[in-house]
Design a binder for this molecule. Structure first.
Ligand SMILES: Cc1cc2nc3c(=O)[nH]c(=O)nc-3n(C[C@H](O)[C@H](O)[C@H](O)COP(=O)(O)OP(=O)(O)OC[C@H]3O[C@@H](n4cnc5c(N)ncnc54)[C@H](O)[C@@H]3O)c2cc1C
Ligand SMILES: NC(=O)c1ccc[n+]([C@@H]2O[C@H](COP(=O)([O-])OP(=O)(O)OC[C@H]3O[C@@H](n4cnc5c(N)ncnc54)[C@H](O)[C@@H]3O)[C@@H](O)[C@H]2O)c1
Length: 449
């Protein structure tokens, strides 16, 4: 006999958690399914451990760069201990109890859909009026001949490792690759970064890639551009990657930051009415609807694979189920890479704007030339801000920033892009002196806003 619920949530990463919590609070009868750990990739193997282990290196850099303070040393054993605390020792029993106490039915098993409104988890049959698919994504390792012979890690092994390797090859020059290279290099690991594109962070403005390249090279990362990992073999203790031009790079471990794929295979989503896109993602409308009473949120949708987007879509879907539908809009959502210093972007790149036929004006500001905060913050100050405006509508359409805490101060641009705030209002904003936010006024004046 099957059990019936108002809503079933498949996958309890950040997207599933937000949706489930909202629905439980609204009094719905909710069943949640999780095949691994409640909290998902983000909480145990991705955002949380990576940002936790990046922070000591960042703090040490700040100590070294601030005038009048010295002697900061990194300690892997205590960093690891704090990381393990932050990832709850890979134990989600408190989360299971928490949801159970709130009245949800927690099923720690893999679920698959067997038809509209029907779910199976092991031998348990469940029906639900609404189903939310929140099954996330999984790391992709490119098909490389000989890969089985080497020590190959993804983010999972990297961010739960007990011991640091002495030498690492990091494959992929996007968010995972850059954050991983920064973390390891800061802890004294000899890092070679192999990237097949001609610039790092290839989806961002080319200037961002250039600046990131300089900063990463400065901390000792050996960067190989236009280089694709073609073959792999083991030589004694070494894992060896042969690049397409025949060059060999060797290390104790090869870490892949080569993208992720939506987790949809074999889960019966199409039988329940969902349509999958060319990368296997569940296609959704602006309410996160994937079919009749079927919803999808987070990485599985392939819309913007970030935790803040998974959480946003969780709110969108839950509100639609609760009869308070409001459409999602993805304009101006920030994209931050927690390298050193941080890289942040929002809205369109110039290339994307041109493709949409927008006439643009843009500017780039070296923060040290324009504002005081970088100088009071550190010696030899770092930081740039780039702004892109629609020349006809006179609104901001894109922004990028590199500098200490850029992930915090990008939000001013995010809000302006999202709300299409007129440039003249933005220019009339008065930022606290001396802060990084002052860069916006300087850049807007340079832009001739
Ligand atoms: C190294 C790394 C660092 C990152 N850092 C950041 C960051 O700093 N900021 C940021 O915004 N994003 C970051 N991301 C991206 C972020 O991790 C994802 O966007 C986010 O986890 C997506 O959330 P989700 O809920 O869609 O899926 P997930 O977190 O992937 O969770 C999905 C859950 O569903 C479960 N599941 C899957 N299939 C089933 C099934 N059939 N039945 C039951 N359960 C199932 C899984 O076990 C998992 O727990 C990072 C990613 C990586 C790899
Ligand atoms: N701070 C954050 O918000 C954050 C941090 C990490 C990851 N993430 C998210 O996680 C997802 C995965 O990130 P990612 O960096 O793994 O994926 P990605 O898809 O952004 O980038 C993968 C990179 O690997 C390169 N690559 C692929 N195969 C290669 C090969 N054989 N040799 C050399 N280079 C190769 C690609 O050209 C690409 O640049 C992204 O969507 C990202 O947004 C977010």
């Amino acid at each position: 006999m099957s059990e019936h619920f108002d809503v079933a949530v498949l996958g309890m990463g950040p997207g599933g958690e937000i949706a489930a919590s909202r629905l439980i609070t609204a009094g719905k009868r909710v069943a949640v399914f999780e095949r691994e750990l409640i909290g998902g990739e983000c909480a145990y193997w991705a955002c949380i451990p990576s940002k936790t282990v990046l922070r000591p290196g960042e703090a040490r850099t700040e100590v070294h760069r601030a005038a009048g303070v010295s002697a900061a040393e990194l300690d892997w054993a205590s960093t690891r201990a704090y990381r393990d605390y932050m990832i709850r020792g890979l134990d989600d029993s408190a989360q299971v109890d928490g949801y159970t106490d709130q009245g949800a039915t927690v099923i720690k098993d893999e679920a698959r859909l067997t038809g509209p409104g029907r779910i199976q988890a092991r031998d348990r049959q469940i029906t639900a009026e609404h189903i939310i698919i929140a099954t996330g994504s999984e790391a992709v390792i490119p098909p490389i001949e000989g890969i089985e012979k080497i020590t190959a890690w993804t983010n999972r092994e990297t961010y739960t490792t007990r011991d640091l390797p002495r030498r690492a090859v990091v494959v992929g020059g996007s968010a995972v690759g850059l954050e991983t290279a920064t973390f390891l290099a800061r802890f004294g690991v000899q890092v070679t970064l192999v990237h097949r594109g001609n610039r790092l962070l290839g989806r961002e403005d080319p200037r961002v890639g250039e600046l990131v390249h300089e900063y990463l090279a400065d901390i000792g990362v050996d960067i190989r551009m236009n280089a694709s990992a073609a073959k792999a073999h083991r030589s004694g203790e070494d894992s060896v990657i042969t690049l397409e031009d025949g060059t060999e790079v060797l290390a104790d471990v090869v870490i892949f930051g080569t993208g992720r794929r939506p987790r949809t295979k074999g889960l019966g989503f199409e039988d329940a009415g969902a349509r999958l896109g060319e990368h296997g993602e569940v296609l959704i409308d602006e309410h996160a609807r994937a079919g009749q009473n079927l919803w999808a949120i987070g990485d599985v949708t392939g819309v913007m694979p970030f935790t803040h987007v998974a959480k946003y879509q969780g709110r969108i879907a839950a509100d639609a189920i609760l009869g308070q539908a409001h459409p999602a809009t993805y304009a101006g959502i920030p994209r931050v890479v927690f390298s050193e210093p941080e890289v942040a972007a929002s809205g369109l790149t110039r290339q994307q704007a041109v493709q949409r036929g927008i006439r643009t004006t843009g500017t780039e500001l070296d923060l040290a030339d324009a504002i005081a905060r970088p100088w009071t913050y550190e010696q030899n100050p770092r930081g740039h801000l780039g702004l892109l405006a629609d020349a006809e509508k006179k609104v901001l359409i894109g922004a990028w920033a590199i500098g200490p805490q850029a992930g915090e101060w990008i939000h001013q641009a995010s809000l302006a892009i999202r709300t299409q705030l007129p440039l003249e209002i933005l220019l009339d904003q008065v930022a606290q002196f001396p802060t990084y936010h002052e860069a916006y006024q300087a850049a807007l004046e340079q832009l001739g806003a």
